[in-house]
Design a protein around this ligand. Structure first.
Ligand code: SAM
Length: 215
């Protein structure tokens, strides 16, 4: 079997699955076109690293579908000076993409071996502005708050008020929320002083957020 041209597969993913489906933020498209997703999947899945789907990463967890990663990052509207918190860092892929769009990323992952592997990958790829922490991130990281943006990459039954309180004024929070543990609505809350403006972004299917602020 010949070697897979991962760069060509990545470019195709950006053109067909992201731009072709309405992702228009050029910074997000460029970052997704630069991060080698094949480094974040299991060796046996390298050949389908750019498939239009989530893939298993072990421990019953997944690396999210590229389109959904792009949709969430576009909704967060990250600026170069922003600090982002991601809850559910998994493989570290979304952290690596986001690190190209903002000043710093703190990723929290509940499954310790996944957190260790994600941190190692980010180091190998030279991502210097991201840190991975192992533990329950469902109530955020009060010790590092406020954040300009918070991304929850696992499905929660409801918005945890503790997370909204960790947003800076003007900050954006994006999360899959739903009463079913496998199907949710992706929502964004934008903070304006003590008010939060809610936008619905469509249906998604995430693994559950497990912990004090989740299931
Ligand atoms: N963003 C990840 C990526 O790029 O690979 C994919 C995230 S995966 C869909 C969801 C992750 O959330 C899983 O790795 C799971 O272990 C993690 N998770 C679930 N509950 C959590 C919690 N309370 N705190 C931190 N991580 C959690």
């Amino acid at each position: 079997m010949g070697r897979i041209d991962q760069a060509a597969a990545r470019a195709r993913m950006v053109a067909e699955h992201l731009r072709g489906r309405g992702i228009g933020d050029e910074r997000v498209l460029r970052a997704m076109g630069e991060v080698p997703r094949e480094r974040f999947v299991r060796p046996e899945d390298e050949g389908r690293a750019y498939a239009d789907r989530a893939l298993p990463i072990g421990h019953d967890q997944t690396i999210s579908q590229p389109y959904v990663v792009a949709l969430m990052l576009e909704a967060l509207a990250l600026r170069p000076e922003d600090r982002l918190l991601e809850i559910g860092a998994g493989s570290g892929y979304a952290v690596a993409v986001a690190a190209r769009l903002c000043a710093s990323v703190l990723g929290i992952e509940r499954v310790e071996p996944l957190a260790v592997a994600a941190a190692r990958r980010l180091e190998e790829l030279g991502v210097a502005n991201a840190v991975i922490r192992a533990g329950d991130g469902s109530l955020g990281a009060p010790d590092e708050a406020p954040f300009d943006a918070i991304l929850v990459s696992a499905g929660a039954p409801a918005v945890a008020p503790a997370l909204l309180e960790q947003l800076a004024d003007g900050g954006r929070y994006v999360a899959p929320i739903g009463r079913s543990s496998w199907a949710q609505e992706l929502v964004r809350y934008t903070r304006d002083g003590e008010e939060y403006r809610r936008t619905a972004l469509g249906g998604v299917a995430f693994v559950p957020l497990i912990g004090a602020g989740g299931w």
